[in-house]
Each structure stands twice: as structure tokens, then as C-alpha cells.
Ligand binder design. Structure first.
Ligand code: NI
Ligand code: MN
Length: 226
């Protein structure tokens, strides 16, 4: 399973021979200028919540690729209203087998609204089971006790978690979250894109290391084999 980082909380995962794209936000990200949004592959687009920094490029990529958009019910209906009918609505706690693997939608403590003000339901995270791996993407969230359920009932190989603080968990809480999900391999996202979420990356890595954990921060455009 290959992880490709596109900046902020946008990343690709290869799973079951398909390309999964999460939270597409490229053209609005000043740090991701070298990424060509028209070349990003997507068979499925998974969206954690309706904020613009998670779906600024979702409609255009969905229309270009005709990807199936997997998201909460309210956001799925909104895609339909934008003229993209290829979506699969889910809701918190629900799981579904797709041709690439299994997806479970998890809770996230955050807020959510679509860029045009449309109600977007609740924010979410995802557990992906594919190619004998289990990946947890927390989405934008606070540290929450619900993460213990993830650790109790899944054997997570890699956790993708926000670390930028201010709008989501910061490094300290992400370390506790990795205890809750019982996974010591974390890919950090949702940092440095905007001034309020700028953090000291070396310090963050050192903090994880001091707890016996690994914090991966691949540069934008780089791939990591999970
Ligand atoms: Ni958000
Ligand atoms: Mn966000």
C-alpha cells in the first residue's frame, strides 16, 4: 500500500489496485504549487468533512476522473447537486465493503459546513482495510475517547493524524491519540499550511521518538510504502 502526500490533509493511498484520494485541497495550498491537480489519479475520493481545506478541489477532480465520492450523507447529496452523481453516502459507525477493501466511517470532534454554506452533517474519519493493512485516518478532530474503540477493535498499521494544533489535535494530543489507537507509526498532516497551524517539525519528531513512536512527515509530492 502506497501513501502519496499532496499537502495539508490531502493524500493518496493505493488499495486493492485502486487509487484512493483523501481530502483534496491543492490549488488553494500555497505549499503544494508543484503538484499538478490535473494529474492526480482517483478511482475513489474520500472526504472527511465539508471545510474548504478538505475539498477545495474535490468537485473538479471528481468530474475529471469520475471517481466515486465516499463521504457522509449530506456531503454526498451536495455532490449530486453539483452534477456529480457518482457518490456513495455513509454515516458515522457504518462500514462497507468496496472492490478495493473495507471502509468504516469513524467519529471526529470538529465542525463541518460546505463552502457555499450548505449543511454538511458531522465531520468524520475513516478506517481502511485493504491489502492486509489497516489504516486509520482521523480527519480533522480533537483527541477523543472514541479513538480507544479503534485501538480495541482494529490492529492499525499506520495512523494518519492532524498535528497542527489550533483547529485540530496538536502534537501532544496526537501522541496520546496514537496510544488510544495502539499504533506507534503516525503520519502527520494538517500542519504548516496556514500561520495558525505552523509547528516545529523537528521538535514534533523528537517528541514522538521520546515516547517510542515514529512520526513520518513526507515532503509534498513524496511517497511512503506502508
Ligand atoms: Ni476542518
Ligand atoms: Mn481542516
Amino acid at each position: 500500500m502506497k501513501f502519496t502526500y499532496y499537502g495539508h490533509s490531502c493524500f493518496g493511498l493505493t488499495a486493492g489496485g485502486k487509487n484512493l484520494l483523501f481530502d483534496p485541497f491543492i490549488t488553494g495550498n500555497g505549499l503544494a504549487k508543484k503538484i499538478d491537480v490535473n494529474k492526480i489519479p482517483a478511482d475513489y475520493i474520500l472526504i472527511s468533512h465539508g471545510h474548504g481545506d478538505h475539498m477545495g478541489d474535490a468537485v473538479s477532480i471528481a468530474k475529471r476522473t469520475n471517481a466515486t465520492v465516499i463521504c457522509i450523507y449530506e456531503i454526498a447529496l451536495w455532490f449530486g447537486a453539483q452534477g456529480h452523481k457518482n457518490y456513495h453516502p455513509m454515516n458515522i459507525g457504518g462500514a462497507r465493503q468496496f472492490d478495493f477493501g473495507k471502509v468504516k466511517m469513524t467519529s471526529a470532534i470538529h465542525s463541518s459546513v460546505l463552502p457555499d454554506g450548505t449543511y454538511a452533517g458531522n465531520p468524520a474519519g475513516f478506517i481502511i482495510e485493504a491489502d492486509s493493512k489497516t489504516i486509520y485516518y482521523a480527519g480533522d478532530t480533537a483527541l477523543t475517547m472514541d479513538m480507544k474503540l479503534v485501538g480495541d477493535y482494529f490492529k492499525v498499521d499506520c495512523a494518519i493524524m492532524p498535528i497542527g494544533d489550533n483547529f485540530t489535535m496538536g502534537v501532544d494530543d496526537a501522541i496520546i491519540a496514537s496510544d488510544f489507537v495502539k499504533c506507534n507509526k503516525v503520519i502527520g498532516v494538517h500542519y504548516n499550511t496556514f500561520p495558525p497551524i505552523e509547528i516545529d517539525l523537528e521538535k514534533a519528531k523528537t517528541q514522538f521518538k521520546s515516547k517510542g513512536k515514529q512520526l513520518l512527515l513526507p515532503p509534498i509530492g513524496e511517497q511512503v510504502e506502508l
